[in-house]
Design a protein around this ligand. Structure first.
Ligand code: HEC
Ligand code: HEC
Length: 386
């Protein structure tokens, strides 16, 4: 955990949107946010690419197949621990994260806190890509995701799919003839779309509560209290939940740091049972997360703290999808160190023993935290309570 988050100009823009237009029109909220989201030309191009299932090889899979808007921009098939690619039967090693609000993630960087290195930001669960632009075309070229052979093949496919006109009109005639430039434009467009307010509507029940438009139920309020209390759930230590007092910026429920919270390996992870071509380590595969990305064993087992916005829509949970429900997740934080059912940590090094593992929450407390987490789903409709 860390305590300070700096606000970028893009975030300031959203703050303004949040305070000027957010939550001001009752049951029209979800609709009005959609209408207001006028995309720039580059964002619209990025959106077209994001939803285009013709691009994968074989055809049939788009970014949205794994990052579905109805599921908090995460995977619709909640039974799958990790994602299946365009080629059936080939699975990746990780659970699909929600990419809603991804545009606020800072670049990968190192900070120093109390003399110790602290890594912050970056993309993928292990931070291996520094910016959203760096990340953008990787899923298209990943053999266990969209499976396109190489950058030239990607550019050719996009040409065949009739995008040239949009490219020419935005970037000038012939902008697509140079592969490097075309890849840059594609990456920029996809990143721009992911920064648009379509992915960051800030219209959950909790947002409406923060701006005084609705009350939380007694149970939800108690859940929030437990979520924030350092001597109870202590969740907000890593998943901050408060409006920024200075700027009014709504919370993103992540401080973008990395931690090993002691998740066990997942025997039902299809990747573990996958053909050796993509999982050379076989069933013994252990995901070292940040440690692998940095080739530094001091960081083994650490994963980026995920946002909890839309968390009720994005089961299963954790980097390997080992936990199926929110109740299980909170139960895990509560009793990791007192109940052997959770098994050993997948990577024993660096497990956080200070902030979680034996929270002494009652069963009701656990239910209340879950009730609070359910207030974080977007497109909340405020009911007329006359
Ligand atoms: C086959 C399913 C699948 C497809 C298709 C897919 N993704 Fe992902 N996405 C994942 C998984 C799994 C991860 C986590 C991977 C990791 O950490 O190594 C991920 C991670 C991400 C992240 C990083 C999230 C974070 O918290 O840092 C972004 C951004 C993203 N995807 C965007 C896209 C875009 C854009 C496309 C289309 C070009 C796409 N994805 C296509 C499964 C998919
Ligand atoms: C020390 C930092 C820390 C604290 C404290 C913490 N978390 Fe987390 N949380 C993480 C990290 C890191 C992950 C990702 C771990 C992984 O995938 O292996 C995570 C994952 C989650 C997930 C799954 C997200 C997803 O998309 O799969 C949920 C839900 C969650 N935390 C809720 C909570 C709740 C509720 C509490 C309090 C009871 C809490 N967390 C306390 C760091 C923390």
């Amino acid at each position: 955990m860390k305590s300070i988050i700096t606000v970028t100009p893009a975030q300031l823009l959203i703050i303004t949107l949040f305070s000027l237009t957010g939550m001001s029109c009752g049951s029209q909220d979800a609709v009005s946010v959609k209408k207001e989201s006028s995309l720039t030309a580059s964002q619209q191009l990025g959106k077209d690419l994001f939803f285009d299932a013709r691009l994968s090889s074989p055809a049939g899979q788009s970014c949205a197949s794994c990052h579905s808007p109805k599921h908090g921009f995460s995977q619709p098939n909640q039974k799958l621990a990790t994602a299946e690619g365009a080629v059936k039967g080939l699975f990746g090693n990780r659970n699909v994260p929600s990419i809603a609000y991804i545009g606020f993630t800072p670049k990968f960087h190192k900070e120093t806190e109390d003399g110790e290195s602290l890594y912050v930001g970056g993309f993928f669960l292990d931070g291996r890509e520094s910016t959203l632009e760096d990340q953008a075309t990787k899923p298209m070229l990943n053999p266990v995701e969209m499976g396109i052979a190489n950058e030239q093949a990607l550019v050719n496919k996009i040409k065949e799919s009739g995008y040239e006109k949009s490219f020419d009109s935005i970037y000038g005639d012939g902008s697509f003839n140079n592969t490097d430039k075309a890849i840059q434009i594609i990456s920029r467009a996809i990143a721009d779309y992911q920064r648009s307010n379509e992915l960051s509507p800030f219209n959950s029940k909790y947002d409406a509560y923060l701006t005084g438009k609705v009350q939380l139920s007694k149970q939800e309020l108690n859940g929030l209290k437990l979520f924030e209390a350092e001597d109870k759930g202590n969740c907000a230590a890593c998943h901050p939940s408060k409006l920024d007092k200075a700027t009014g910026f709504p919370p993103l429920f992540t401080d973008y740091t990395y931690d090993n919270i002691g998740i066990s390996s997942n025997k039902n992870n299809p990747f573990l049972n996958n053909p050796a071509k993509y999982n050379a380590q076989g069933k013994g595969y252990k995901d070292k997360g940040l440690g692998e990305a940095l080739k530094d064993s001091n960081e083994d087992g650490k994963f980026k703290v995920p946002t909890l916005r839309n968390i009720a829509l994005t089961a299963p949970y954790m980097h390997n999808g080992v936990l199926g429900t929110l109740k299980e997740v909170v139960d895990f934080y509560n009793t990791r160190d007192t109940d052997s059912k959770w098994g050993n940590a997948e990577i024993r090094k660096n497990v956080n023993k200070d902030e979680l593992g034996d929270l002494k929450l009652s069963d009701n407390d656990v239910d209340d935290i879950v009730a609070f987490l359910k207030t974080l789903s977007d497109a909340y409709q405020i009911k007329n309570t006359k």
